[in-house]
Structures are given as C-alpha cells and as structure tokens.
Ligand binder design. Structure first.
Ligand SMILES: *[C@@H]1O[C@H](CO)[C@@H](O)[C@H](O)[C@H]1NC(C)=O
Ligand SMILES: *[C@@H]1O[C@H](CO)[C@@H](O)[C@H](O)[C@H]1NC(C)=O
Ligand SMILES: *[C@@H]1O[C@H](CO)[C@@H](O)[C@H](O)[C@H]1NC(C)=O
Length: 439
C-alpha cells in the first residue's frame, strides 16, 4: 500500500488495545472463501525496460523526484516461478497481483489471460489515485494547484472529480466488454477497488458525526454511489456543484451494476473533525475543503506498525453492507509494516483482522476473500523500500533478492492448512519459540 495517508496532516495518539482471543479456524469461513496475499506490478516485477515495456507514470515520477524506483524491485519478473512455488508451499488459495499497462498496451488482457484469471479489478484504490495524483499531486501524475506543492500543472478544484468520473466510465466500458464477449466463456467476474478507512468522529458532537458521514460520502460514496445506485451522493452534488461531472442517463445505467464485486484495501482507523476550510487558494476549493472535514490517521506514529484495531474493518464491512445493498466484497489488501523477521505484531494484527472479517460475515456481510498485503516486501512507492509489509522479507542488497519467511508466513501457512491459531500469550510464546529466522 502506498503511504499516502501519512501525508495527511497528522496529529495523533490513540493506542488501541484489542487483542482478540477468539478461537477460530479457516473451516469457520464459508465454502469458497479465498485466502491469499498480494503484490503489484511496479512494486514487485522490476525488469522495467525489458521485453518492450515502456515507462509508466510511476517510472516517470520516481525518476524525476529521486524517491527510489522499481527498476529492479523484487525482480519478480524473473523470479516468478520461485515465488509461485512459495505461494503454493504457504498454502495460498489465490494470488492478487497487477498487470503493468505499459507492458501490455495495446493488447487487451481478457483474451490472453481470461482462461486463467477469474477475478479482475479494473482500478486499484481509485480514490487514492485521484486524490493523490490530481488534488495533492504527491503521486503520479503529480498534478495539482495547491500552493506549496511541487506541481507544474493541474487544477485541484476540478481535475480530481473529472478523473474520478472518467475512471468510472472507463471501468464501466471494460466491464461491458468483458460481459459481452468473455464472461460466459471464461466464467470470471470484474470489480473495482477502493482504499477505505474506518472513520470515527473525533468527538461526540453532532457536527463531527455529520462530518463523518460526509467523509464516508466523499471517500466511499464518490465511487460506490455510481457503481451501486448510478449516481454520486447528494452531499457531493450539493457541495461540489458544477465542478462534479454529471452522468448522462445512459452512462448512469452503464456504471450502475458494472462491478460484480467491490475490492477494498483497509488498514486502519481515521478520526474525523468537522471543519470549515478556507480553500488554500481563494475561490479554488479542493477535495478537502469540499469535504469540510479533517481526517486524521489514528495510530501512534512513533512506531511504524499499525494498531491492532479490527473494529475498523468490521465497521467498513458493516457500512458497505447497510448503505450499499450488501455487494460481494473482496478485501484485496490488509496488513501492517514491520521489518523484523520475528514479526509477532503482524501475526496478532492478521489474526485479529481475519477474526473481524469472520464476525462481519456472521453478521451478514457478503465478504468473499481476504488478501494480505503483501506476500513479500516490495518497493513501497513513495515509501521506498523501508516498510517491510511482507510475509516474506526480501534482501534488497542481495543481487539475488533472497526471500526469507517471517514468523507471519509460518503462522498464515499454519492457519491456511487448518490449524487453529489460538493467540493467547502462551500461544504467542510457543509460536515464537518454534520460530528460527533461518527456517
Ligand atoms: C480551475 O478550474 C476552474 C474552472 O475552470 C477555474 O475557475 C479555476 O480558476 C481553476 N484554478 C486554477 C488554479 O487554475
Ligand atoms: C449486524 O447487522 C444488523 C443488521 O444489518 C445491524 O443492525 C447491526 O448493527 C449489525 N451488528 C454489528 C455489530 O455491526
Ligand atoms: C543481504 O545480502 C547482502 C549481499 O549478499 C549480504 O551482505 C547481507 O548479509 C544480507 N543481509 C541479510 C540480513 O541477510
């Protein structure tokens, strides 16, 4: 995941205690539920200039801003056979990865890979892509008009919404193509991916409660509204006004129902404070001033690891269930950074969040899969190589990019193979004492 939310102005200090001692095992999940882990093309593949690949917006931004790059990354392009074997050994049902547009354009993927790929997501983290790339300008293509930012071109008042609109139309077109030409033969499904936080009001005031709903409308409803109901939420239409594009009737019909499932990436909570922003430029409102809310990542920034707060996942799944007609959901990313081999905190985090997913399913959520971010350490984009999200660590100083299983890889593998991971303090001690980093 991209460390984009670290870019929000941050104040903080909530510590969650939430050790979940629920006992559950994989057999408690519904038949067909998929467990997996993920990577993405630019973060994993390397081989940036091989076999005809051309630069993408990430290549361009990384090389122009001296922020590290994915020229080699994990060298997954060459080492994929070894990696797939590791996935099989770990016991994953599924692998979530991405295909680099700049490797395949102008061929279209369904024809070539459709017999093997059963779940397509057209766009990953659509809200992060638009806000980061066109409102804040911190991620590719680096466009914005906010003062104090590094952007040459852009317009944060308008482009964020224009691009979001075009993503939805592009998704709907790809989805229609798949349904008309391929779905019957190939039997897969096609979805759309969002980055979602567990929003919670920062105080018990009515204003903060209303601001929290606005934040949900701006982060979730901006895309889920059109995908599920064919239009943007009323709050957005009201505040953004003529800067928010309007769907023609036939476009609305095409976008509505164009996702067989919603892909969500979920990591942590964020508190929401009602605020009347003065736009950074007079008469140039942007995404945040339109939203009228201050969103603050909840966590302790002196440690890099995310808090174990499974209620954030449960709240997101419950909200999607209740507000958006309970669509099928795949959790396409969840995890925490942590560089140690003996990554007990990650094990506790995964255990608690998987338990939270199970609770949500038992309360009626149609969640159908869970993917750990990430299968191995990756080039974490603007977070460079420092984060260590992987079940497997990667030695990036080693030309062979050697992979080594962390404690969490062993735990996840045990879990996937049907052992009950009961994590009381005794269980954790046992897990640690059985783990030697070289194993
Ligand atoms: C952004 O576009 C709007 C609408 O065209 C315009 O009024 C505004 O001045 C533009 N802002 C900048 C910073 O160019
Ligand atoms: C469980 O689902 C019901 C019905 O949608 C809802 O009213 C209730 O708040 C949910 N419980 C939790 C803990 O989310
Ligand atoms: C990583 O690889 C380098 C180069 O082969 C080696 O010197 C170093 O000891 C390795 N680091 C670890 C933690 O294994």
């Amino acid at each position: 995941m991209e460390q984009i939310f670290a870019l929000f102005t941050i104040f903080l200090a909530f510590a969650f205690s939430g050790r979940c001692s629920d006992v559950f095992s994989r057999s408690d999940f519904p038949d067909g539920f998929l467990f997996g882990a993920g990577t993405s093309a630019y973060q994993w593949e390397g081989a940036a200039a091989e076999d005809g690949r051309k630069p993408s917006v990430w290549d361009t931004l990384c090389h122009s801003r001296n922020i590290g790059n994915g020229d080699i990354a994990c060298d997954g392009y060459h080492k994929y056979k070894e990696d797939v074997k590791m996935m099989v050994d770990t016991g994953l049902d599924a692998f979530r990865f991405s295909i680099s547009w700049s490797r395949i354009i102008p061929n279209v993927c369904f024809r070539e890979f459709g017999n093997y790929v059963k779940f397509w997501t057209t766009i990953n983290e659509a809200n992060v892509f638009t806000i980061g790339g066109y409102n804040d300008g911190d991620t590719p293509p680096g466009r914005c008009s906010l003062p104090g930012k590094n952007c040459l071109l852009g317009n944060s008042s308008t482009e964020t919404y224009t691009v979001g609109h075009n993503l939805l139309l592009a998704h709907a077109s790809a989805s229609r193509l798949y349904k008309e030409k391929y779905k019957d033969k190939q039997g897969g499904s096609i979805g759309f991916g969002l980055y979602l936080m567990g929003f919670t009001p920062s105080t018990s005031s009515k204003d903060d409660a209303i601001a929290t709903q606005r934040a949900k409308d701006f982060y979730f409803g901006w895309f889920l509204g059109p995908l599920i109901y064919g239009d943007y939420p009323d709050t957005m239409k009201r505040t953004v006004g003529s800067r928010l594009p309007v769907f023609l009737e036939e476009e609305s019909e095409r976008v509505k129902g164009s996702s067989d499932f919603i892909g969500i990436n979920q990591y942590f909570a964020a508190s929401v404070t009602n605020i009347k922003f003065k736009p950074s430029l007079p008469r140039n409102p942007d995404f945040y001033s339109d939203m009228g809310a201050y969103v603050t990542y909840l966590g302790n920034f002196s440690v890099i690891e995310y808090a174990v707060a499974p209620w954030t996942m449960e709240a997101v799944l419950e909200y999607i269930k209740q507000s958006y007609n309970n669509p099928p959901v795949y959790i396409l990313e969840n995890g925490t950074p942590m560089t140690q081999q003996k990554d007990t905190h990650r094990v506790e985090y995964m255990h608690a969040y998987i338990g939270g997913v199970l609770k949500s399913i038992r309360n009626g959520s149609d969640t159908r899969g869970y993917f750990v971010w990430s299968f191995m350490d990756l080039f974490e984009l603007i977070g460079r190589y420092d984060y260590g999200y992987g079940l497997y660590s990667v030695n990036f100083s080693d030309p062979r990019r050697k992979r080594s299983p962390r404690l969490s890889a062993h735990w996840y593998s045990d879990f996937l193979k049907g052992k009950t991971p009961f994590l009381d303090s005794q269980g954790i001690k046992e897990l640690q004492s059985n783990f030697s980093p070289s194993s």
